[in-house]
Design a protein around this ligand. Sequence first.
Ligand SMILES: [Fe+2]
Length: 178
Amino acid sequence: MIASFQVFISQVAQGLRSGKTPTLEQLQTIATELLALCKATEFDTLLHAAAKPGEERLHALAVSDWDGPSVYLVSDGAGVSSPPHEHQTWAVIVGLRGVERNTRYLRVPGQGRWVVQQGVTDVGAGEFLCMAESEIHATEVVGDGPTYHVHLYGRALSALPTFAERCFVAQPEAPSMN
Ligand SMILES: [Fe+2]
């Protein structure tokens, strides 16, 4: 745990007044402030624990004990990807090093857990991505080196349903007419 991040999540919680869902504008403000905090933080000690190829590493920077915002340092090794999933809470992803490709999906109406690709956003160093509670994404490491990102969620990961319960199945893309 890092004290400055514990102060940060307390301030975020206070700003949202006990668990209210942030607006997109509030999320962007939170992301800008989190990016500034990350730039001011010396991560070197943690960064020694870089993920090896195919490995995922998660360090808790600050976890609220009142089912509120929680923030983690994530290192994904080369080749790591995740299937389409939701978080069932809002999220902010800040890039520290490397590039994480985020593919966004939309639910297919009336088709249960099937989703269709909506767009792609790469998150590199100094960039961020805001996600509302209803949004669905898949992630993929771009390049040969590990990525480092800071992930802030509206609730602790341990308080969420299991990852498998939050996953979706991507509908195959329509074949090209060429
Ligand atoms: Fe995610």
